[in-house]
Design a protein around this ligand. Sequence first.
Ligand code: SF4
Length: 364
Amino acid sequence: MMHQTPPQKTFSVAVLDWYDTHARRLPWRSLPGEHPDPYHVWLSEIMLQQTTVATVGPYFRRFLDRWPNVVEMAAAPLDDILTAWAGLGYYARARNLHKCAITVAREHNGVFPGDMAELLALPGIGPYTAAAISAIAFGQPETVVDGNIERIISRLYRISTPLPAAKKEITEYAAKLTPRHRPGDYAQALMDIGAGICLPRNPKCSVCPVSGYCKAFATDDMESYPVKAPKKIKPTRRATIFWVQRPDGQVLIRRREEKGLLGGMMEFPSTDWAEDAVETEAAIEHLLQGQTPELLRGVSVHKPVRHTFTHFHLELQPVAAQLVSADTLSIDGAIWVDPDEFDSYALPTLMIKVARAVLESSSS
Ligand code: SF4
């Protein structure tokens, strides 16, 4: 008797079958086949932009404990959101999160819309996040393409156009594969395959549910995709940053401008972030804004702190000094804070690194 080869499953069925037994359990997810709360999907997707699942988990739970729904988040002061966000980075996301919560509370009666056009009109929601919310929380057959899915699609079709120019082509291929049935689970399945199987290096093709559809697997050149345009060299900016301490141990911090990098977050005062470093003496003059240098004593220079932003590297030179007597220094918009209470202020990771550089070298 002749045996017939069973017909190959369609791509999306292969993906969904795999998801039914291998889906990652994540705090913002519901079980396969169920739709999670749009508020949870939105919050997790905003947090996951540029941040790993492992880092986001505890933040997501803390945010939900504190603000269980979008209306309660909308009623919170921005500073509370920024403080709770501290450490997650890319702080424009936190400001937009708050703006978006206010818009949903006021203009949509606290209910997230499921429609792409309405989602795209909300602050901080771009095409990726809108598609993810619409597909995952509302079961709409939207095409979701994050970095992981980009990698899978570019390997499936051996797309030779370099990223980012290839994004349109990748989205077109991805759209053709997106099913009408369970599009949210399908999107999350691809995210999981990208995170755990179709890895940038050494993809685990032997356990991949879509290896039968993958051209790069067939030609054994998986790691050649996605093709990336050569990286531009990032410039370095430099600044002197001050750790000024009063006799009672409190340290000077100030709020950054609302707009721009780390907008609205707290920082230690510094010189402008510029290409050229400033001499310590000139930097102190800048800090004192015309006040006498005799206000400070015990000036010490500490190990530089380096940090990389999307478009440039930053090198901060910490300079610590003690104020001779309390309340003799006045800096526009600055406040004095006990280092033990830094957690209560929206200090980004970069500033925590500066604090550590000063405190560690002072204690050694
Ligand atoms: Fe990625 Fe390999 Fe699966 Fe192709 S077969 S999608 S390269 S893990």
